[in-house]
Ligand binder design. Structure first.
Ligand SMILES: Nc1ncnc2c1ncn2[C@@H]1O[C@H](COP(=O)(O)OP(=O)(O)O)[C@@H](O)[C@H]1O
Ligand SMILES: [Mg+2]
Length: 231
């Protein structure tokens, strides 16, 4: 469904990505894991058309999308749920959703998926817990019914039970027909949730394979546990 070939991204003198290639098949959950600064956000921002690429190809459902403006890539079915959630604190849950999908009459399907958001539909964004805000950020990305969800660090800063709830949601989303590219520093949780994974180090793919195989590789897991990641 998504094919990235030789993608490079630079910010002035800083080369964030050096010729990355990866694939995401329809219906897969693919994890892109790596330390802070490895280039994970740069990759999904380039796919979503939010940062320009210096070189490479991004093919989505058979069409090259690299170079298209973000709103056109979005219309083709790629939605980004950004790092930091970006929930508007002064607006209610429902207003946040309306802003993402102004033509929609009802958000009942999303409230079915996230019952807690339904209960809090008229609460202001600022009053939500971290886990609720993350659910709202995901619901907002889903409001336009994308085919591919780019999910940037959904577990960051959440309490353990909220982290569990977010990761438990991913197979449900996949069962609804969504394909997911999950970006995480939380290596162990991400590998447990994913079918396949890529390990990014300093803008290059260091390892790739079935998530289970990477999870069984003690060197990988220990290295990341050593960096303060928790499992
Ligand atoms: N807007 C920017 N301007 C300059 N450098 C940036 C910018 N965004 C990211 N970088 C740099 O690019 C590298 C990769 O960053 P990023 O893609 O955010 O990594 P990650 O998401 O894995 O933490 C880092 O060295 C970071 O400092
Ligand atoms: Mg990031």
């Amino acid at each position: 469904m998504l094919e990235v070939r030789g993608l490079s991204v630079s910010y002035g003198p800083v080369q964030a990505l050096s010729g990355i290639s990866l694939e995401v098949g329809e219906g897969e959950i693919v994890a892109l894991v790596g330390a802070n600064g490895a280039g994970k956000s740069s990759l999904i921002h380039a796919v979503a058309g939010l940062v320009p690429a210096a070189a490479g190809k991004v093919v989505f459902r058979g069409e090259q999308v690299l170079g298209l403006p973000g709103h056109r890539i979005f219309r083709r079915g790629i939605a980004l749920c950004p790092e930091g959630r970006m929930v508007l604190g002064g607006l209610t849950v429902e207003e946040n959703l309306k802003l993402a999908a102004p033509k929609r009459r009802s958000f009942d399907d999303l409230y079915g998926l996230f019952p807690r958001l339904g209960e809090r539909a008229s609460s202001r964004g600022a009053a939500l817990s971290g886990g609720e805000a993350q659910m709202l950020a995901i619901a907002r990305a889903l409001a336009q019914e994308p085919r591919l969800l780019l999910l940037d660090e959904p577990s960051l800063g959440l309490a353990p039970n909220a982290v569990q709830a977010i990761f438990a949601l991913l197979p449900q989303l996949r069962d609804r027909g969504l394909t997911i590219l999950l970006v995480e520093q939380n290596l162990v949780q991400a590998l447990r949730a994913a079918d396949r994974a890529y390990l990014l180090e300093s803008g290059r793919i260091a390892r790739q394979g079935p998530a289970e195989a990477l999870l069984r590789d003690e060197r990988i897991v220990e290295q990341y546990l050593g960096l303060g990641q928790e499992g």
